[in-house]
Design a protein around this ligand. Structure first.
Ligand code: KE4
Length: 430
């Protein structure tokens, strides 16, 4: 049944908010139809404005690894709030939080709290530029690191040519200091550094990509980033806003046993509240004001309510949680693969831990060039079929779906059944 309550809310929203949403992907532009307005969420369930409950695989785009409204996290927020919502002054909470993050991420010697993943990556890059006194940065096609100007850049015409803006409002002069390479291509990375290494301040990478859909690094690729940066005096930045605390308590760098020079964290680390982190080697982070010349600040940085939610969440990142996420992830992956085979639809499933994507193209998907072959229309039809069957899948092909500790085997089996019926409907439509 169409959700008429969401429809009327959307019509109202469109009169006050661009696109009716406060972040573009929520507008369902990639899948069609009206966005579902949410009235509440609990565990693995999201409840739409009309009261319909969905099995939720967006999880607020990653933060809700424990499930929505976890009682311990809610209680921590309530107890913090009655002590005051924000002070603009240091607290013991922030010291405890920083110490806890350093325990989970040994590569981080000093860190700063900020209020979003965008602020974290923007600040990490400014620190790298200030530390190296170099201007150029390198990112990879298909990776997203938030909406700071110098990160909204697409690959130039040739490989590693100057970037061009990938958004209105980004000056050419800023875009051209960002060089974009293909993910999982060690050769072009090494060639770029041979040619321009002494001008490159940093390389930033999603160590497991979520923002082109779930794409794993090929063996040796992440090591090559860390190595080539070390050899040329550049800074390696693992953007773990999505993978941090998701793939392991210590993120992808724990999973792959690697130590980048800097790390950004967000989403889970704040338990769903506006809290993110950038940090890394103390010689780099000592360039940050008031110690050094690199300025970075924030009214709500280290906000006590947000940090309380983060601390409460981090307490639950125990091995048993990740064992459960791996079991549920394997069950879902196997079931989706069976459903795709039975339907005859061209699609593949890619998963790392509790991040999973159904690509509507042949696999493997190892780069943006591979992912870009996906059939967007088929994905949109699949999404609509899942939604009608009570499953809230991410409303865009180039996103990862997330499993939480609140999902049950029964939720997974119901999701597989909904996918099988949605895929069957696709193949019937052919
Ligand atoms: P925020 O500024 O949205 O908190 O974080 C930016 C960011 C940075 N790095 C990575 C790896 C990220 O995935 C993100 C944000 N992720 C998107 C989902 N793909 C957030 C959802 C949205 O934009 O509404």
């Amino acid at each position: 049944m169409p959700d008429t309550t969401s429809r009327s809310l959307f019509e109202r929203a469109l009169r006050s908010i661009p696109g009716g949403v406060n972040s573009p992907v929520r507008a369902f532009r990639a899948v069609g139809g009206d966005p579902i307005f949410v009235q509440r969420a609990e565990g693995a369930r999201l409840v739409g404005a009309d009261g319909t409950a969905y099995i939720d695989y967006v999880g607020s785009w990653g933060p809700m690894i424990l499930g929505h409204a976890h009682p311990d996290v809610v209680r921590a927020v309530q107890e913090a709030a009655v002590r005051g919502l924000s002070y603009g002054a240091p607290t013991e909470l922030e010291v405890r939080f920083a110490e806890r993050v350093k325990t989970l991420y040994p590569s981080i010697e000093l860190l700063r709290c900020v209020s979003s993943g965008t602020e974290a990556t923007m600040s990490a890059i400014r620190a790298a530029r200030g530390f190296t006194k170099r201007d150029y940065i390198v990112k990879f096609e298909g990776c997203y690191h938030g909406h700071a100007d110098h990160l909204l850049v697409k690959a130039g015409s040739g490989l590693a040519t100057f970037g061009t803006p990938d958004s209105g409002g980004v000056p050419e002069g800023i875009a051209k200091t960002t060089l974009t390479l293909p993910f999982n291509d060690e050769g072009t990375l090494r060639a770029l550094f041979t040619e321009r290494g002494e001008h490159i301040a940093a390389v930033i990478v999603e160590p497991v990509v979520g923002n082109m859909g779930c794409v794993a690094p090929q063996p040796g690729f992440l090591e090559s980033i860390i190595g080539v940066c070390r050899d040329h005096g550049a800074v390696s930045i693992f953007d773990e806003v999505m993978t941090g605390c998701r793939l392991a308590p210590g993120g992808a760098q724990e999973m792959f046993q690697l130590q980048p020079d800097m790390t950004t964290l967000g989403k889970i680390v704040g338990g769903g509240m506006p809290l993110a982190v950038y940090g890394g080697r103390s010689d780099i982070m000592s360039s940050i004001s008031p110690l050094g010349s690199v300025y970075q600040a924030g009214t709500l940085s280290g906000n006590p309510v947000a940090v309380s939610a983060g601390l409460a969440t981090l307490e639950h990142l125990v091995p048993a949680l990740y064992d459960r996420l791996e079991r549920l992830g394997q069950r879902l992956e196997d079931g989706l693969e069976r459903a795709i085979a039975a339907s005859g639809v061209t699609a593949c499933v890619q998963r790392v831990g509790s991040m999973i994507t159904v690509f509507f193209c042949d696999g493997p998907v190892r780069s943006w060039k591979d992912a870009d072959r996906a059939d967007r229309k088929r994905f949109a039809a699949f999404f609509g079929g899942m939604l009608r069957r009570g499953v809230y899948w991410p409303p865009a092909q180039f996103e990862a779906a997330f499993i939480s500790g609140a999902h049950t085997e029964d939720d997974i089996d119901r999701t597989i059944e909904a996918a099988a019926q949605s895929l069957e409907a696709l193949s019937d439509a052919d």
